[in-house]
Design a protein around this ligand. Structure first.
Ligand code: HEC
Length: 153
């Protein structure tokens, strides 16, 4: 009789331990997690109109490239053209013609930086591509270089 009595707390203890383990397991599997439940309720690809509008307005350009675009349009576009193909509205006046920037940019960023800051004479070209180093600081020139990489193919 005494033996039978002492087995009851043991059974209770084991059952409680078992139930706690099952709950802990399910919690670990995030079955109860409110965050997971809320996430599951959301459609996977929910639209983000603000991001979409921004992407359209900036044409997918980042900040640096946008600053570069503004400078490019002021300082380079008359000769090199909107897409850098060397067909700006002043291009036909020039001999040699302005370079196609999609080709030149393969010479690397330091080359582009030098041409922009010291002019095409500095790379043994004609004096027709003017130096901008006295007008534009280094950051602005770097932004133009970044923008050149987004032009054409
Ligand atoms: C007044 C017209 C004019 C403007 C403005 C101008 N360029 Fe040029 N650019 C030229 C001409 C012309 C050449 C070709 C020079 C040569 O072949 O000797 C040239 C060549 C270049 C080259 C190639 C140089 C080489 O030989 O590797 C780069 C790069 C370049 N320009 C970038 C720019 C950028 C960037 C701007 C704006 C910051 C700019 N240019 C503004 C006329 C211009």
């Amino acid at each position: 009789m005494k033996d039978k009595m002492s087995i009851i707390p043991m059974v209770v203890f084991l059952s409680v331990t078992f139930i706690i383990s099952v709950f802990a397991f399910l919690w670990g599997m995030k079955v109860f997690s409110p965050i997971e439940i809320r996430k599951a309720a959301l459609p996977k690809e929910h639209p983000d109109p603000l991001r979409e509008a921004l992407g359209k307005a900036t044409n997918g350009l980042n900040n640096l490239e946008l600053v570069g675009k503004q400078h490019y349009e002021v300082y380079c576009m008359v000769c090199h053209g909107e897409r850098g193909a060397g067909d700006g509205f002043n291009a036909f006046n020039l001999d040699p013609r302005p370079a196609d920037l999609a080709i030149v940019r393969k010479k690397g960023d330091e080359h582009l930086f030098q041409v922009i800051s010291k002019g095409s004479v500095s790379v043994k070209g004609s004096p027709l591509c003017p130096p901008w180093g006295a007008t534009l600081d280094e950051d602005r020139i770097r932004s133009i270089v970044a923008y050149l990489h987004t032009l054409g193919s």
